[in-house]
Ligand binder design. Structure first.
Ligand SMILES: *Cc1c(COP(=O)(O)O)cnc(C)c1O
Length: 369
């Protein structure tokens, strides 16, 4: 798994310029969508990341232990057993109900800390968070409890990848009806943030004080293909390439069944390249007889079942001779051709996010550029 630092930096710069005056908090959960959390945090910090977004407390601790001192938002909420660590490591608690507040206050006092609380509003995601009508009560509770203050209010868009839908602006309006009340009632201006990559790229009015791009930083467009025009020749660059090498080249006669289930029978004398990759590496079985791989800059089809450790591709139509040791690209660019995460996702009936997490986190990464 080859990860390009230059691509990550390029993508951050594009997000930063799109963000205008808003701060940028890169989302680096799931080991930075399979790209390696600490490496990515270093690159984004050097490019001006204002904070980092993770899902879980343990990720925040890893960042602190590696020396990152930016705010780190723990976005799935605060669990009772993590309150002490959140405060001890100076992580930013995101709360999804009021139940945890007394414990946060108790631990804040114990550590002699004044802890800024972020509240997650359910403005239409319907997954997690505080309903708009309950927000004033929660804020009152935060203001009552010693050691706590309201530092920010956030929500999340469920459909910002759908440019045509009115959902994003509806959710945004609901969010603003909540934050409007807060802004008039609170002395200290809380940080307001809602935009993911889709919001940042397609709904400029939603940028507020901070944006939280994830997928765009890793070089994929939230809406998948077709790509949107960024202007100035700027393009998001996929940062991940998944490579292997041909371990054997063999020719079989017409009528040969290939692999488990014999799901492919050759109709001609067929030249095959054997690749040492399989579902164990996240190259899932549903890619059987479906996906394509790049060899010598050409697309060649996967034939037969992908098995645990082996995959076959049909190289009969490649004019140049293929040899053992030749590079095969399962994701990313080779020569003029490219297999994008969206394309692979399409073959796997999923989205680029899942492809990046799966392949990135199952395989050994090395960094270039
Ligand atoms: C993952 C996540 C994001 C980033 O979403 P992308 O679509 O990858 O840009 C933003 N905000 C929250 C709360 C998230 O969990």
């Amino acid at each position: 798994m080859e990860i390009s630092r230059a691509a990550l930096a390029n993508n951050f710069r594009i997000c930063r310029s799109k963000a205008g005056s808003a701060a940028v908090m890169p989302m680096i959960k799931a080991d930075a969508y399979g790209h390696g959390m600490l490496e990515c945090a270093g690159i984004f910090a050097a490019e001006g990341a204002a904070a980092f977004g993770v899902a879980e407390t343990r990720e925040g601790i890893l960042l602190r232990e590696a020396g990152f001192d930016q705010p780190v938002y723990v976005l799935v909420g605060v669990l009772p057993e993590t309150v002490h660590e959140i405060i001890h490591y100076g992580l930013t608690p995101v709360i999804v109900d009021s139940a945890i507040l007394p414990e946060l206050s108790r631990q804040a006092l114990k550590c002699d800390a004044n802890v800024g609380i972020q509240i997650k509003v359910d403005a239409g995601m319907g997954r997690q968070g505080i309903l708009p009508e309950d927000v004033p009560g929660i804020i009152r509770r935060i203001n009552e409890l010693p050691g706590l203050y309201l530092a920010g209010v956030m929500a999340h868009f469920p459909m910002a990848d759908d440019v045509e839908s009115s959902n994003t602006l509806d959710v945004f309006a609901r969010f603003q009806s909540v934050t409007g009340i807060i802004e008039t009632n609170n002395r200290r201006q809380p940080l307001l943030h809602i935009a993911n990559s889709g919001g940042l790229f397609h709904f400029a009015s939603t940028r507020l004080h901070m944006v939280r791009p994830g997928i765009a930083l890793y070089g994929c467009y939230p809406e998948g293909e077709p790509h949107l025009e960024l202007g100035g020749g700027k393009q998001l660059e996929p940062a991940m390439r998944f490579l292997t090498k041909v371990i054997q080249v063999r020719t079989v006669p017409p009528g040969t069944g290939l692999g488990y289930g014999q799901t492919f029978v050759t109709g001609r004398r067929t030249c095959l390249a054997v690749l040492p990759v399989g579902y164990e590496d996240g190259y899932l079985r549903c890619l059987s007889n479906r996906a394509e791989v790049l060899i010598h800059g050409r697309r060649v089809p996967v034939v037969g079942r992908v098995s645990m450790n082996l995959t076959l591709v049909d190289i009969t139509d490649i004019k140049e001779e293929v040899h053992r040791g030749d590079e095969a690209v399962l994701l990313g660019r080779q020569g003029e051709e490219q297999i994008t995460a969206d394309q692979l996702a399409d073959w796997m009936n999923t989205i680029s996010y899942e492809v990046l997490c799966l392949l990135g986190n199952l395989n050994t990464r090395y960094y270039i550029d």
